[in-house]
Design a protein around this ligand. Sequence first.
Ligand SMILES: [Zn+2]
Ligand SMILES: [Zn+2]
Length: 335
Amino acid sequence: MNLPDTMNCMMLVAQGQPLVAKTVAMPVPGHGQVLVKIIACGVCRTDLHVADGDLTQPKLPLIPGHEITGIIAKTGPGTSLHKTGDLVGIPWLGYTCGKCKYCLKGKENLCSYALFTGYTIDGGYAGYTVAFEQFCLPLSQKFIYPSMAPMLCAGLIGYRSWNMIGSDAVNIGFYGFGAAASILIQIARSQGKKVFAFSRPGDTESQNMAKRLGAHWAGDSSQASPVPLDAAILFAPAGELVPKALSDTDKGGLVICAGIHMSDIPSFPYSLLWEERTIQSVANLTREDAAGFFSTIAAIPVHTETKLYPLHEANTALNDLRKGAIHGAAVLVMD
Ligand SMILES: [Zn+2]
Ligand SMILES: [Zn+2]
């Protein structure tokens, strides 16, 4: 493959400021890395937290984006897993050490030395990126479509959250019905679960999308659940939803917080937690999660609800997400 010397990207130079369009030198894959020509990159709420400064440790300047699909354009020294032309996905988890106590326990999502795509290493708001080959996920041909990019985070993190709630849960609440919930509901439905979708008060468009995708009930997050829930998954980064979800949850129920950042959780009476209710957060993902997710969606025809933007309109996509104007997921498509 003939590679250009430069590439276009959208760069975060300082938090709290819009991304800047830049032409930069083509990245060179180091030891164990591959160069990937990007097809598409999903826009995740985490990107907003990085751009806005809610997450305080980014590499700067930074190319954001961690829902990347692309084709291997070049392999670096010491690589053997992929070859030029392979279709791969690059998720949030960009590197783990393999040696710390968390890695050794199979909890690489908690690795003390992890690197995160589009946060502590450059990501996918660009024509190309380099990535450690062991963290490039082989993808089936259907991922050639840009609309599949959100599977790489909204899908994966949603799936990790899903695996935490236990197979006996039947009535399940989703709080915040965006990209992750719209993918996960399709898995939930395939397993015969009943999904109760809570969205921002008045957001009838998200509620209609939830119903279209098979939600048993959809309404405002200010409304009480019509039945006690066995489990609740919070996708919205709003701390006040934690006591709300606890109040909707049955004895022994679980409240899973799926986001990387959340506003402060207000104090609440112990009676909401009493009767063995549990609050649990979800941090990052493991490659095992990815393997499980991809085999699950191979068996179910899961699709995404997306709005596509050209790369240079990344700021518009982020603003639309910030305003709640996107129903489903925003995806940047490379030029
Ligand atoms: Zn580690
Ligand atoms: Zn994400």
